[in-house]
Design a protein around this ligand. Structure first.
Ligand SMILES: Cc1cc2nc3c(=O)[nH]c(=O)nc-3n(C[C@H](O)[C@H](O)[C@H](O)COP(=O)(O)OP(=O)(O)OC[C@H]3O[C@@H](n4cnc5c(N)ncnc54)[C@H](O)[C@@H]3O)c2cc1C
Ligand SMILES: NC(=O)c1ccc[n+]([C@@H]2O[C@H](COP(=O)([O-])OP(=O)(O)OC[C@H]3O[C@@H](n4cnc5c(N)ncnc54)[C@H](O)[C@@H]3O)[C@@H](O)[C@H]2O)c1
Length: 473
């Protein structure tokens, strides 16, 4: 039984079906989850035109043709199409073809292996209790975590949901936060025509990635007209004129800023407060701690699993789906009576990539793509490393891609193991470079062998050659 039909729940259900188990998935909103309707998909649909225009403006001969503003109505219409107009009809067809049953409603554990499903209000359905023969997998994802600010209810701030689904461009938009949602939404709404101000509590954007990435994104946002204020905390919100009026943001310094909307991009909280964890001896409301097969620790008989955002290992769709593939296979194998699974490092039933090779692309202008450890993270783990940086603007393929290409790459080499443990790129078009780095890190490809992986001329991939040449001296 799978609780939550986001990308992770869907994949886990698919894998347990493939393992021959009858599978039911419980979903209280839309099959497809946050990712499909209010996160990855709509945000990328809003960002793609902004990034395409930014790149085209760096190509002589094309620059002049794309000088104007975006056709925002077309951008929104395309976004709406990509999210199926917030209908899950397509996903239902897939569930049926995969042989997965759907129970619509809010799922809540009511004891070991038992889940009560409360149908949505007004559906006329009745609560029923389902019992799993083998396992229950919690894939309930997250919601926006909002700070406890005075005036927040009255101010009706945007969360990631409104920021990805709005079809109105606010004239002035304040974004609170400096993480991935803040950076991407600043890029999107600035490109769509809002005057954007980003209020960052810390010293810069994207502080979990190599510092040069956030610095270049901030520089580009500033050039596009956004204001990025670092070391700035918010004390309160207000919307004195009611819903139609502007919102006021009061800073710790006492300064007041006014905007038409304010987006709080201040992190995520797990959907675990109301799923009956207390009925199986777990604390409600927190992230679920799991082992390498995504089995929740401290549950007698090991029937409870948690995959995706809810276990807080890596809040990314692709990484959650990876966990789902492994957890689904482990549930299937254990149901067949397997007593020992290969859960060793990089074993068939181990989510090893979660700690060794998590890739992430941030779709800002320019794009940021990173996998594995930053230099600082590697050092704090006490690894003997060598860091190699290269200016991507010196690579012929990059210069041909965008006139005046600005970007940088870093590889972190583990000197004891002789392979890469982290790679970061920032620059136009780097998102499609990332998988080469992921293969090198997850495959632990010896750095001497990478020397024989020859990148084509003249592509941006020649950054690999430049990094390796610099390393070899
Ligand atoms: C603005 C934004 C942009 C993002 N962009 C990207 C991106 O480009 N790439 C990327 O990899 N990641 C991105 N992410 C992160 C990504 O959205 C999450 O990692 C991903 O959605 C996690 O999938 P999930 O299945 O674990 O959870 P979710 O997608 O949150 O799905 C959980 C599902 O469970 C349901 N549910 C919850 N509780 C219950 C219950 N009690 N009973 C029944 N159903 C329940 C929910 O209704 C939901 O459908 C983004 C996040 C945000 C906020
Ligand atoms: N392209 C992608 O892969 C993508 C895109 C969007 C989101 N995501 C995922 O979604 C997750 C959530 O993203 P996010 O940006 O909401 O969270 P985040 O944790 O990345 O960033 C939250 C930011 O809010 C700040 N913050 C927290 N509390 C605050 C407060 N009270 N006042 C001011 N600032 C405060 C933090 O300092 C941080 O800068 C991320 O983990 C990310 O991996 C991924």
């Amino acid at each position: 039984m799978v609780l939550g039909a986001g990308p992770v729940g869907e994949n886990l259900a698919d894998r347990t079906r493939a393992a021959g188990l009858s599978t039911v998935i419980v979903e209280r909103e839309l099959v497809g989850g946050e990712c499909a309707y209010w996160a990855c998909v709509p945000s990328k649909a809003l960002l793609r035109p902004v990034l395409a225009r930014a790149e085209a403006r760096q190509v002589p001969g094309v620059r002049e043709a794309v000088g104007g503003s975006l056709a925002v109505a077309d951008v929104f219409a395309h976004r709406d199409k990509e999210v199926g107009n917030w209908s899950d009809d397509g996903a239902l067809t897939w569930l049926e073809s995969a042989g997965i049953d759907l129970a619509r409603g809010h799922g809540r554990l009511v004891g070991p292996r038992r889940v009560a499903v409360t149908p949505p209000d007004g559906s006329g359905g009745e609560e029923r209790t389902l019992t799993a023969r083998h396992a229950v997998a919690v894939c309930t994802g997250t919601r926006a975590a909002l700070p406890d600010l005075p005036g927040i209810a009255e101010a009706r701030p945007w969360t990631s949901r409104e920021a990805t689904s709005s079809s109105t461009v606010p004239e002035r938009l304040i974004i609170v936060g400096g993480g991935v949602v803040a950076a991407e939404m600043a890029t999107a709404w600035c490109g769509l025509g809002s005057r954007v101000t980003v209020l960052v509590r810390g010293s810069g954007l994207l502080d979990r990635i190599e510092p040069f990435a956030g610095e270049l994104v901030a520089e580009t946002l500033r050039e596009a007209g956004a204001e990025i204020r670092t070391g700035t905390s918010v004390k309160g919100l207000a919307r004195p004129g009611g819903v139609e009026g502007p919102v006021t943001v009061t800073l710790e310094s006492g300064e007041r800023l006014e905007a038409d909307e304010v987006l709080l991009a201040t992190g995520r909280a797990p959907h675990t407060a109301d799923i009956g964890l207390e009925t199986v001896g777990l604390e409600p409301g927190g992230w679920l701690t799991v082992d390498e097969t995504c089995r929740v620790t401290d549950v007698t008989d090991g029937w409870l699993y948690a995959a995706g955002d809810v276990n807080h290992r890596a809040l990314l769709t692709h990484q959650g789906k990876y966990q789902a593939r492994i957890a689904g296979a482990a549930i299937g194998a254990r149901a067949r009576g397997a007593e020992r699974l290969d859960t060793g490092r990089w074993g068939e039933y181990a989510t090893t990539a979660d700690e060794a090779a998590v890739p992430q692309v941030v779709f800002t202008d320019p794009e940021v793509a990173a996998v594995g450890l930053t230099a600082e993270q590697a050092e704090s783990q006490g690894r003997a490393i060598r860091v190699v940086d290269y200016d991507m603007g010196q690579v012929e393929g990059a210069v041909l891609y965008a006139d005046g290409y600005r970007g940088r790459a870093r590889m972190v080499v583990d000197l004891d193991r002789g392979h890469l443990i982290g790679v970061t790129f920032v620059g136009p078009g780097v998102s499609e470079l990332l998988h080469s780095a992921t293969v090198a890190v997850a495959g632990e490809v010896p750095i001497d062998r990478l020397w024989h992986a020859v990148p084509s001329f003249p592509t941006i991939s020649e950054i690999w050659l430049r990094l390796l040449e610099t390393y070899r001296g």
